[in-house]
Ligand binder design. Structure first.
Ligand SMILES: *Cc1c(COP(=O)(O)O)cnc(C)c1O
Length: 392
């Protein structure tokens, strides 16, 4: 599946086999749990390779298979497995390769449920873990032991936008026989391809940019055929955390516009960052590659540009000021998640229990607000931020 194809070909044609589907321009939704065979021999043959045959939908389904092929091609890997959520994709990718006695290294501030998986679940099965500042390659190297089996990365992470040097860490890991897994949800394969930098497994929450319409929760793991097969035979078939054919079809529809959506989102985000940089009420901006980004050089080296997700510290006197800013946004909806058509704001203050800055136990600034830039008109978004910041 790792043929070289253009982005345009992948999004519009790859894997669709229209000839065998009566010319269907849009792939059919194979809403069926199982597949029948005319002979015992045919059934035996299909059952011997459930990953690549239509046999039972927990294993493979033709609509889902089209999505697998497109996602693998987007990341430049041989194959991919699609899951019912990004969290399931991450959990299955890790659990397929670690066993009792192994050690896992994870970046310090991963996505919340990746942290729970590594911090709380792995030790229950005798796997020891270390959380390390991923910005420091030497610290990652120092954390490796004889027992280290896997390094879990997220570059950039989705809240404070910290990067890891993927090529350097991949080189280090390969020399030690350690697997690398990178959550690439922030960048999408259009802005960063970890596999090309030597990372073994690339994971996404499809819920974010790849589907892009805030109407599906799904995830993917991309990698070499042998590793994908190992995940398939293990946690994929055992836990059954699959995507349904209908949701796979929705993600296929979302992918049609991936390149135009990302182009618009990235351009709007760049303009909004520029606006925020000169605004007196903004104390700090977190955005890969921006003038104030301490990892700017690394960002420019391994990513094409920043995507539509950024965080700001608002120069408010107290949490009330943050609430006035967020409550008065009219274009930005207030919600978790990101990467959809709609612009979003998520204030860290929403997780401070009594809403007092002094009670903040998150380790992150109380005045942090994450913005996800959507497909709306950039001027309207800037005007909205302008009026709401005046009230902060
Ligand atoms: C949302 C998210 C996930 C989890 O994906 P779900 O589809 O919500 O299960 C994992 N990693 C990152 C960076 C995310 O933003």
């Amino acid at each position: 599946m790792a043929d070289e194809h253009t982005l345009s070909y992948i999004l519009n044609h790859l894997g669709e086999d229209r000839e065998s589907l009566r010319g269907a321009v849009t792939p059919p939704i194979f809403e069926t749990s199982n597949f029948a065979f005319p002979t015992v021999a045919a059934m035996r043959a299909a059952g011997q390779d459930e990953l690549n045959n239509a046999f039972y939908t927990r294993g493979n389904n033709p609509t889902v298979e089209i999505l697998r092929r497109k996602l693998a091609a987007l990341e430049g890997t041989e194959d991919a497995l699609v899951f019912g959520s990004g969290a399931a994709a991450m959990a299955c990718a890790v659990l397929a390769f670690v066993r009792h006695g192994d050690h896992v290294v994870c970046v310090q501030k991963p996505y919340a449920w990746t942290r729970v998986l590594v911090r709380d679940w792995l030790p229950r099965f005798g796997v020891s873990v270390s959380f390390v500042d991923g910005g420091d390659v030497a610290a990652i190297e120092a954390a490796l032991t004889e027992r280290t089996r896997m390094i879990v990365l997220e570059s950039p992470n989705s809240l404070t936008l910290e990067l890891q040097d993927l090529a350097a860490i991949a080189t280090l890991a390969r020399a030690r026989g350690v697997l690398t897994l990178c959550d690439n949800s922030y960048a999408s394969p259009l802005l960063q391809q970890p596999a090309a930098l030597g990372i073994d497994l690339v994971m996404h929450s499809l819920t974010k940019y790849l589907n892009g319409h805030s109407d599906v929760v799904a995830g993917v793991v991309c990698g070499a055929q042998a590793r994908i097969r190992e995940i398939f035979r293990g946690p994929y078939m055992t836990f059954g955390a699959i995507i349904g054919p209908m949701e796979a079809w929705l993600v296929l529809r979302g992918l049609r516009t991936l390149s135009v959506r990302m182009e618009r989102i990235c351009l709007s985000a760049a303009r909004i960052v520029q606006f925020l940089q000169q605004h007196p009420k903004i104390a700090r901006i977190y955005y890969p590659g921006s003038a104030s980004d301490p990892q700017r050089e690394l960002a420019l080296a391994q990513m094409k540009m920043g995507s539509g997700l950024l965080s700001i510290e608002v120069a408010a006197d107290d949490v009330d000021g943050i609430e006035r800013f967020c409550d008065n946004l009219k274009m930005f909806l207030m919600a978790v998640s990101w990467g959809g058509h709609e612009s979003l704001a998520w204030p860290l203050a929403a997780v401070i229990k009594d809403g007092n800055a002094q009670s903040n136990r998150t380790g992150l600034p109380w005045n942090l607000v994450r913005l996800s830039i959507g497909l709306e008109d950039a001027d309207e978004l800037i005007a909205d931020l302008q009026q709401a910041l005046a009230l902060a």
